[in-house]
Design a protein around this ligand. Structure first.
Ligand code: CO
Length: 460
């Protein structure tokens, strides 16, 4: 059996380790080598890369993608998309979702991995449909979590639904790195039973130290594609190392198509980059270490550190145990949402508020209210009726898909922006991150004006 590798260094690895601060010019010279290394795909776009390009790196994310494509014509480029949320946390109307998918594919994306934080398929159907329509591959992703309502049977049924919606592969997305080898083996086996001919992708993080074992058991159960990061940018909150898995899997008799020399070159390229980020403090050595707290508390590492900093800020660290007891109760009452952004923050803040105020749900966060109303989609389980009553007060819950209640936005925004937007991609950047994009456009304009003045001076 052949095992395919998706290299994550340009997206998830750098997002997890260095808060997505990798500028294009720092990896431009290694792209041709990555292109020829034999990867199944290069995850290089989507997630936080888009926001970070505009906000911190003064780069046009669309142009970055076009430039990557030029240097990597032979390997599929992959992006991560939060379904109806695109790259953010709020819902966009369908016209924006379709335009975004269309432009991503036009600029060079070959595979779009699509997920929803609640695993609500209504939130991924439009992006899925548009991806397939535009001739790219859609990878349907399961946001992996454990709870009494998240059963292997349900995940297998969800996979079947995504296949019907046009998914070419099914991805198990374990964003917190909490999936155990046994859970991976059982879940991959169940998905393979349900869909014998559909490749299964395993995405996990090394945070808790389980990742190598989890991937190995997933491969044993039939997962064909694994997400890994080149070793210098691997481990900790990032993915497990590409070279290590290639070495081990080959020895076990799996076919691996990676060019070892290319992997050495890629790793040598990123080593000094990692060291520079370590030296300037962008990369905290702690995030590269193993942290098993998530396994004890059943709370993702990032959420736990948020809870602790919230309590510290309130001078209430003595309440940590109470908050850690309250958190799973709130999660249950909210219908067991997977603890990913923004649900992890909602559950965490609500649990903290419940404890600190000494009365449960005395104060309910704005987001929790919107969630109960149905603005994030359908929760995996049932929301506790008492909590629902308090959260909604006199308001009615939304019937059906929240996106159906949103007015089309693209053409209207395009008109409003006028000459500020040079093309449809600028309009999409603006819709996704209005203030950040506006500032980016201003910088760009100032830069171009300087350029022009300079040229005129030269002529004089
Ligand atoms: Co990830």
């Amino acid at each position: 059996m052949k095992v395919h590798f998706t290299e994550t260094v340009l997206r998830d690895a750098q997002q997890s380790l260095i808060a997505t601060r990798l500028p294009f010019e720092q990896f431009e010279s290694i792209l041709e080598t990555i292109n020829k290394a034999g990867f199944y795909s290069i995850e290089c776009w989507g997630g936080a890369t888009f926001d970070s390009c505009l906000r911190f790196l003064n780069e046009d994310p669309w142009e970055r993608l076009i430039k990557i494509k030029k240097k990597c014509p032979d390997t599929k480029l992959q992006m991560l998309l939060r379904g109806q949320n695109l790259l953010g946390y709020r819902h966009y109307p369908d016209d924006v979702v379709r335009k975004f998918v269309e432009n991503s594919i036009d600029c060079g994306i070959d595979i779009i991995r699509i997920f929803d934080a609640l695993n609500d398929l209504e939130n991924i159907k439009v992006s899925m449909e548009e991806t397939v329509k535009r001739g790219a591959l859609a990878s349907g992703a399961i946001s992996y979590t454990t709870s009494p309502v998240h059963t292997i049977k349900k995940f297998a049924a969800m996979s079947k639904e995504m296949k019907k919606m046009g998914a070419s592969t099914i991805c198990i997305k374990d964003m917190a790195g909490v999936m155990s080898p046994k859970e991976a083996y059982d879940l991959v086996s169940a998905i393979k039973d349900a869909l014998p001919d559909t490749p299964v992708v395993l995405h996990t993080h090394s945070t808790t130290g389980l990742a190598f074992m989890t991937i190995l058991k997933a491969v044993e159960a039939g997962a064909e594609i694994i997400d890994t990061a080149i070793s210098s940018m691997s481990g900790g909150t990032s993915q497990p190392a590409t070279e290590t898995l290639a070495y081990a899997l080959k020895q076990l008799g799996y076919e691996v198509d990676l060019d070892e020399k290319a992997l050495v070159d890629i790793n040598n390229h990123f080593k000094p980059i990692r060291d520079a980020f370590l030296a300037d403090g962008t990369l905290d050595p702690l995030v590269m270490a193993t942290d098993t707290q998530a396994l004890n508390y059943k709370i993702p590492g990032g959420m736990l550190s948020n809870l602790i900093s919230q309590l510290k800020a309130q001078n209430a660290m003595d309440k940590l145990d109470a908050v850690l007891t309250e958190t799973p109760i709130v999660r249950k009452e909210l219908g067991y949402p997977p603890l990913v952004t923004p649900m992890s923050q909602m559950v965490g803040v609500q649990a903290t508020t419940n404890v600190l105020l000494g009365e449960r749900y005395k104060n309910i966060g704005k987001e929790v209210k919107a969630y109960c109303k149905g603005e994030y989609g359908t929760p995996p389980g049932k929301i506790d009726p008492e909590v629902m009553k308090k959260a909604l007060a006199s308001e009615e819950p939304i019937k059906g898909r929240f996106a159906d209640t949103l007015e089309p936005l693209f053409e209207k925004t395009k008109k409003e922006l006028g000459a500020t937007a040079k093309n449809d991609r600028d309009v999409l950047s603006y819709i996704a991150f209005p203030q950040v994009a506006e500032k980016f456009f201003e910088n760009r304009k100032a830069f171009e004006e300087r350029e022009v003045t300079y040229t005129i001076e030269e002529i004089k």
